[in-house]
Design a binder for this molecule. Structure first.
Ligand SMILES: [Zn+2]
Length: 302
């Protein structure tokens, strides 16, 4: 039973749109790739957990707080007897452990994910105690990428390797008793405690002027090479064509996500789409999909 479903982080879309229209600093590009990769892993894990019997109460992606410390949980699996705290890692390639330190195959040290897990586990336990739920918490790091290999991991590590993942899921299927009403209410309470993070928090600074204008192809994401013909936008790169209105609407949605505080006006969207030569067309799409406010020159859309 899924109480809080997995959702793609909204900041990923903002990142994607930024990358289509600008050159990001290398550290932001790296952060973007890490987030994409993490998202891939969590999506995969969510797919696997979806198939579990209803006796597990499942919450994805929680940002919680206890004693002024925030902690992030990728997935919680709750039964009447036990809580699994899952930390999903989508690392790819070879890694090894040497005296409690983690390294990539090339010998670069990375943050020890077990320490991160221990911290979340401890904070979760404290929070559960505060809320009056006394269930044992078992933390596990789930590695989802099929090309992941880990060497020299101690036998009792709280780790599920890609080759063990199916067995882990099978084991979960030998399911516990049906969750009590109390437990369900408790899970809902946890979901309520989740702190919603602004999608703009981890993004690099950007401004309208820095971004390339134009319509991005819905299929190949290339910009500026589309042109208008017979109320359709054609992409010379991949050959895709899309109805003009649909592509304008897509561009408006992107604009809104990138600039949530800017007003939607015909002139703004005309400039943003760049390759549409008629303001009338833009106005028609705006009128058809939003409500107009203001008057005359000062009309904007909500
Ligand atoms: Zn294309």
């Amino acid at each position: 039973m899924i109480i809080k479903a997995y959702q793609e982080p909204p900041s990923l879309d903002v990142f994607r749109y930024l990358i289509q229209r600008s050159e990001l600093p290398p550290e932001s590009t790296q952060l973007f790739f890490r987030m994409e990769k993490g998202h891939e892993g969590e999506q995969k894990m969510a797919g696997l957990l979806e198939g579990l019997p209803d006796n597990w109460v499942i919450l994805h992606d929680l940002l919680l707080e206890c004693n002024n410390s925030a902690f992030q949980i990728d997935a919680l699996l709750i039964s009447n007897e036990l809580i699994y705290l899952l930390e999903v890692k989508n690392f790819e390639g070879d890694f090894y452990i040497e005296s409690d330190q983690w390294f990539t195959g090339a010998g670069r040290e990375i943050q020890n994910p077990v320490l991160q897990l221990n911290r979340s586990e401890s904070l979760l336990r404290q929070l559960l105690r505060k809320l009056g739920l006394n269930l044992p918490v078992k933390g596990l790091i789930i590695f989802t990428h099929p090309e992941f290999a880990l060497f020299q991991a101690p036998l009792n590590s709280p780790i599920v390797l890609p080759s063990q993942l199916n067995r882990f899921i099978t084991q979960l299927r030998k399911n516990p008793a049906k969750p009590t009403q109390h437990l369900k209410r408790f899970a809902e309470k946890l979901a309520e405690l989740h702190i919603e993070e602004s999608p703009y928090e981890r993004l690099p600074h950007y401004e309208y002027q820095q971004l390339e204008k134009g319509i991005v192809c819905a299929v190949c994401s290339s910009l500026l090479i589309s042109f208008v013909h017979d109320r359709r936008i054609l992409c010379t790169q991949c050959g895709d064509d899309e109805a003009l209105d649909a592509s304008i609407m897509r561009s408006i949605k992107q604009f809104q996500l990138l600039f949530p505080n800017k007003k939607l006006t015909t002139n703004v969207i005309y400039d943003w789409c760049k390759i549409i030569d008629s303001k009338k067309t833009i106005r028609r799409v705006l009128r058809g999909n939003f409500s107009a406010a203001g008057f005359g020159k000062h009309t904007y859309y909500l």
